[in-house]
Write a protein that binds this ligand. Structure first.
Ligand code: ADP
Ligand code: MG
Length: 343
């Protein structure tokens, strides 16, 4: 933050809203009415509408000790867009509601909104409203995202089929390791005052602080005429998300440990901390990748896409949910990762 500090009370609530939205642009013809009235109006011209909402609470979901406000604004939008993409839909609009105490200056809110607008621009969504209120202490952010999809082309968690391939995008496990290093550096700073040195860990820290949503994958699906049989975004760790697909589709699955895509920097940092990289991928979280199932007949359509890894396949529910390790052992998957007690 710069040296200037403007008290938000000098503008008042309406002054603040005007200030934060004065350069707000709309990009969609569907945005009939945006910020400034009792409600926004959108017209989806025969498409189906997908809606999701997420709340982020200071001290629970983020720590302003090591989260720049601009990154926080960006990420708050991304986590919502990720849910829209996970439905195989394209986000078009967001609303954003904030509550904050007088600890936050106008300059701080400007930084936060810089991140919000950067995400809106990059992902082509219109900010069409929100709500502004005060809190006693922390910063609370609630965002609702709205998206559109061609009639009945949305993809649920519950429609995977036996023998489908289980696929994941990008790399998993890195955001958890990014969080681990930032928490560690925060402790060191609090104890010794030493400034953090994160240079060698730019990938894992970036994955936590500035995640992207996988619009590229949804565009690729459309271009390649792929409709996954089920899909979910990876916010709570691979294991927990795979369990959701299995439970809701009434199936089991096998995941091969050696097929789980883990970035080299994440793997090296996990070893340094004596953590198991696979466990980080299974039970970490906040990767915002997509986990989806695909009919085997569509394998040829994804095989050349380096952003997609086939990590296993779907089985009958009776076979349960398992990971096959590099060493050839079979462990049961749990929401927390795997069950080491069983072999
Ligand atoms: P109301 O009292 O009818 O809820 P508000 O005064 O809260 O209206 O909001 C006025 C307009 O500003 C509305 O269009 C609302 O959606 C928008 N708005 C309020 N807060 C924010 C915000 N933090 N970011 C973007 N738009 C906002
Ligand atoms: Mg209001």
């Amino acid at each position: 933050m710069g040296s200037e500090r403007t008290e938000i009370s000098s503008l008042g609530e309406f002054g603040l809203i005007d200030h934060l939205t004065q350069n707000n642009e709309t990009r969609h013809a569907s945005t009939i009415l945006s910020v400034g009235d009792d409600a926004a109006v959108i017209d989806h011209f025969g498409k189906q509408t997908v809606i999701t909402t997420d709340m982020l609470v200071e001290g629970i979901h983020f720590d302003l000790m090591y989260t720049p406000l601009k990154h926080l604004g960006y990420k708050s939008v991304i986590v919502n867009l990720s849910d829209i993409y996970a439905m195989n839909a394209l986000p078009t609009h967001i609303t954003i509601s904030i509550a904050f105490s007088n600890r936050f200056s106008l300059e701080a809110m400007d930084e936060f909104y810089e991140g919000v607008y950067a995400a809106c621009e990059k992902y082509g969504v219109d900010l069409i409203g929100g709500d502004t209120t005060s809190s006693q202490k922390g910063f609370v952010i609630s965002i609702t995202a709205i998206g559109e999809v061609a009639p009945d082309k949305f993809v649920k968690r519950s429609t995977a089929q036996k023998s489908d391939l289980l696929c994941v995008t990008g790399f998993v496990g890195a955001a958890f390791l990014g969080l681990t290093i930032l928490e560690r550096e925060k402790r060191i700073f609090e104890e010794t005052g030493a400034q953090p040195d994160l240079e060698d860990q730019s990938y894992i820290v970036g994955k936590l602080l500035k995640p992207e949503a996988r619009k590229d994958i949804i565009d690729f699906f459309a271009e390649s005429e792929i409709i996954p049989t089920s899909m979910i975004d990876v916010s709570d760790g691979l294991s927990s998300e795979a369990l959701h697909i299995c439970k809701q589709s009434n199936l089991g699955c096998i995941i091969y440990e050696d097929k789980i895509p883990i970035h080299e920097e994440a793997r090296q940092f996990a070893y340094k901390l004596e953590l198991d990289p696979t466990a980080c991928a299974l039970s970490g979280g906040e990767d915002y990748e997509l986990l989806f199932t695909l009919a085997q007949a569509d394998y040829d359509k994804i095989v050349l896409n380096e952003q997609i890894s086939v990590i296993g396949y779907m089985t009958d529910a009776e076979e349960g949910m398992h990971i096959l390790t590099r060493g050839g052992n079979k462990h049961q998957l749990t929401a927390q990762g795997w069950n080491h007690m069983e072999s």
